[in-house]
Design a protein around this ligand. Structure first.
Ligand SMILES: Nc1nc2c(ncn2[C@@H]2O[C@H](COP(=O)(O)OP(=O)(O)OP(=O)(O)O)[C@@H](O)[C@H]2O)c(=O)[nH]1
Ligand SMILES: [Mg+2]
Length: 363
């Protein structure tokens, strides 16, 4: 890794890592390539950036007619508060969960490799939509060559396992290894703390917040500022599904032990709905989602639809979310709620917003 890159490169890289929209990512990759110092120490990274530009350009151009690589549309444009990928071995019950959680028509089959292409759907938690992406399975023998690409815009993963499958622990190890090979890491490091192991029945986001204090800042997982920009870190929640067939908490613990991770885990059933209602609060807390409501001067706040941010996000981040150009023309904001010192306080673009804040943007 190079040690002396320019501030312009650093800025483009930071923005790239935050960006989820494919067109934005392509623009930022080009910016990275034009600002990276051209010397021996950056040759690897330059080649990586060029490869990513090629992949993303091809993908944005859409499937080519008669092209050998054709395949399904790989990347789902993120919508809602966060994009969550459903990962797991064949036949584990991923598509069944997708149906039960989002009301989608995902194809379900009593055999392996039913799902062949990514499918988005929305899971509502109160007024917060999460985008769930159903994906083809990953096994020790096979992973779709484009799958790691589909994970680039995701914020987190649900690792779905069927504990009644005698190979499930080996599958978890194999999936993590295959993804790691493509620089995708399934981690237990959520921005907001979640309990490790089977989440206790009385767990609640509020109790967790008071016990653990503020969510952790987003980190590069211990790496310095020049951490591999193409590494994908997916905070992961293990879903032990088909719990209607009986599920022993000791088995979940054993699986986590063998799988070599300290993931938080939840027992669920698509058939009976068991545990499904607990997913939303876990995602809210784990991803440290903050919702804010906007208002126009002299008007009441719009409480119909929140804008969702991540803990630590600022007035400027909110402006960018409302409209691409608003961040540039932003002058100040007024804030009512948790993050202000008093109601209607005037704040600058770097002001960090809090859950439930009402914000009036002045541009
Ligand atoms: N009893 C029970 N069976 C389930 C549950 N969820 C899924 N199944 C069954 O498990 C089988 C596989 O379900 P799918 O949802 O297609 O699994 P998948 O992980 O999407 O499979 P692939 O797309 O092949 O990777 C089907 O026969 C489902 O009916 C559940 O919660 N309880
Ligand atoms: Mg499926």
């Amino acid at each position: 890794m190079p040690t002396n890159v320019s501030p312009e490169y650093k800025k483009a890289q930071d923005q790239y890592r935050k960006a989820r929209d494919p067109a934005d990512r392509l623009r930022l990759l080009r910016e990275m390539l034009s600002t990276i110092p051209k010397h021996k120490g950056t040759e690897h990274l330059q080649a990586d950036i060029k490869t990513k530009i090629k992949e993303l350009t091809d993908e944005l151009a859409g499937p080519r007619k008669g092209a050998a690589r054709g395949g399904p549309l790989q990347t789902i444009r993120p919508e809602g508060a966060a994009q969550i990928a459903l990962l797991g071995p064949p036949n584990a019950g991923k598509s069944s969960l997708h149906r039960a959680l989002t009301g989608s028509r995902a194809e379900i089959g009593p055999y392996a490799f039913t799902t062949r292409a990514p499918l988005p759907g929305m899971l509502m938690h109160e007024d917060v939509p999460f985008q769930l992406v159903d994906l083809p399975p990953v096994s020790a023998d096979f992973m779709e060559p484009w799958l790691y690409n589909a994970l680039q815009p995701s914020h987190a993963a649900l690792l779905v396992v069927d504990l009644h499958d005698p190979d499930c622990a080996e599958s978890v190890v194999a999936i993590r290894a295959r993804l790691a090979h493509k620089r995708v890491t399934l981690t237990d490091n959520w921005q907001g703390r979640l309990p490790a192991g089977l989440v206790p029945a009385d767990w609640s986001p509020a109790a967790s917040a008071s016990a653990d204090g503020a969510p952790r800042a987003r980190t590069d997982d211990g790496e310095g500022e020049l951490a591999d920009p193409f590494r994908v870190l997916l905070p992961t929640l293990l879903l032990a599904t088909k719990a209607d067939l009986g599920l022993d908490p000791a088995e979940v613990a054993a699986l986590l032990e063998l799988g070599g991770a300290r993931f938080p885990a939840l027992a669920v059933s698509s058939l009976t709905g068991l545990g499904l209602g607990r997913l939303g609060p876990l995602l809210m807390r784990g991803l440290a989602i903050v919702r804010v409501y906007t208002k126009a001067p002299g008007k009441p706040p719009d409480h119909h639809r929140p804008y969702t941010l991540f803990a630590g996000d600022t007035v400027e981040d909110l402006a960018r979310l409302i409209h691409r150009d608003l961040a540039a023309s932003l002058k100040f904001a007024r804030v009512w709620g948790r993050s202000g010192k008093f109601e209607g306080q005037q704040v600058g673009r770097d002001h960090v917003l809090g859950e439930g804040d009402v914000v009036e943007i002045h541009a």
